[in-house]
Design a protein around this ligand. Structure first.
Ligand code: E4P
Length: 217
């Protein structure tokens, strides 16, 4: 399973990159706004900086919602860097646009996916990635991880090539459960990635080893 970081914060992207386990980045308009990035020029520049920091795919989201505008915006984003993946919402014009991008060799990430039916449409249109938002599903008292397992089963039975990118991750446990359920990628906040490191027995064991090592020096 690949690890993406879900942020537009350059320091956090660098920290995950330095850990050596980062395969890509996802952003969205809310994450860009959180970093105070304003204006088209600044936004475009920020995407390029992210692409230069990380070796993997970088999802950049369109804010247009009609077919022609999604195509124009997506073409501009894709032209920024070969590893940009155009993130397109799961709406009717979005599906049409994903199909157009696929036919024109521009890779897409279909975002705001909350059902298996939506995931089938995204795959049929040729999306490189589909992003089910598991945390937001959990927030509505459904089980987000169940959706990952359902999509993984359908994609495997139907031989769809679209990668399942589990999004809206809230915890280290989400990452483990998504790996078990067959996600190809997890896009996570830095805290959830670092949370995977933690186990009290590791800390206790290391303290004991270091204490005993003193006896051997
Ligand atoms: C995915 O690509 C989205 O950017 C993200 O995972 C949404 O997460 P949230 O539900 O925490 O906003």
């Amino acid at each position: 399973m690949k690890f993406f970081i879900d942020t537009a914060n350059l320091a956090q992207i660098q920290e995950a990159q330095d850990l050596g386990i980062l395969d890509g980045v996802t952003t969205n308009p809310s994450l860009m706004a959180k970093e105070g990035i304003k204006g088209e020029e600044a936004i475009m520049k920020h995407y390029v900086t992210i692409c230069e920091t990380v070796k993997g795919d970088v999802s950049a989201e369109v804010i247009s919602t009609d077919f022609n505008s999604i195509i124009e915006e997506g073409k501009k984003l894709a032209a920024l860097h070969p590893r940009i993946v155009v993130k397109v919402p799961m709406i009717k014009d979005g599906v049409k646009a994903i199909k157009w991008f696929t036919e024109n060799k521009i890779r897409t990430n279909c975002t705001l996916v909350f059902s298996a039916g939506q995931a089938i449409l995204a795959a049929k249109a040729g999306a490189a990635y589909v992003s089910p938002f598991i945390g937001r599903i959990d927030d509505s008292s459904w089980d987000g991880v169940d959706l990952i397992a359902q999509i993984a089963n359908i994609y495997s039975m139907q031989s769809f090539k679209t990668e399942i990118l589990a999004a809206s991750i809230r915890s280290p446990l989400h990452i483990v459960k998504c790996a078990e359920a067959g996600a190809d990628v997890c896009t996570c906040p830095l805290d959830s990635i670092l949370g995977l490191l933690k186990h009290p027995l590791t800390d206790i064991g290391l303290a004991k080893f270091l204490e005993d090592a003193k006896k051997t020096r």
